[in-house]
Design a protein around this ligand. Sequence first.
Ligand SMILES: CC(C)(COP(=O)(O)OP(=O)(O)OC[C@H]1O[C@@H](n2cnc3c(N)ncnc32)[C@H](O)[C@@H]1OP(=O)(O)O)[C@@H](O)C(=O)NCCC(=O)NCCS
Length: 183
Amino acid sequence: MRLQPLPSILSGVLIRRETLGDAEIIHSVTAAAFARPGEEVPVEAPLVGWLRASKAWIPELSLVAVGPGGDVVGHVVCTRGKVGPAQALALGPLSVRPDRQRRGVGQALMHAVLGAADALGEPLVALLGSTGYYPRFGFRLAGEYGITPQRPEWGEHFQVRTLTAYDPAVRGGFAYPEPFDRI
Ligand SMILES: CC(C)(COP(=O)(O)OP(=O)(O)OC[C@H]1O[C@@H](n2cnc3c(N)ncnc32)[C@H](O)[C@@H]1OP(=O)(O)O)[C@@H](O)C(=O)NCCC(=O)NCCS
């Protein structure tokens, strides 16, 4: 069997943990990725800072994608959420700089953060996002696992990716960390 080569458009992009000094550029990348007409700074940009300052922050799970020139072109973060009393992860925001989108950077960040979460022994990751994008990373509608979103209207987009330590007995309401309540 021949292995397919990775797309050359992704060549030179590396994924690493966020380090001291990355916060400002992550803010810029997030603001650019989520830019909407009529909104000066999309709320997803300060949200990353609020999460970083909260007890929900997990330093191992804030990852950046670095381009060949050393510039940060994408970011993803998972923070501490819960399913009932059980620990879980909330994924997001996920951001790729608009001029670097559709080249596999988002995909690389997703695989990296899910692998890191699995290596840390985390049981599952939840997110609110497009069902056109996330199922390719193993996400399914959370209802399939008996996990419900904080707001019922999220149901169509609220998804869960189970990891090796997943326990099917863990069911119930998912709670995002507090900073998500501010958006
Ligand atoms: C979503 C995002 C992170 C994807 O990163 P990316 O590097 O562009 O994605 P990749 O190159 O890995 O994958 C591209 C694929 O994702 C699809 N895709 C990207 N955004 C999508 C969306 N919102 N809904 C459905 N599919 C989407 C593209 O159609 C493309 O699929 P195709 O190659 O089959 O056509 C990036 O587009 C982004 O930052 N968007 C703005 C912020 C955002 O919406 N974040 C996610 C919030 S849940």
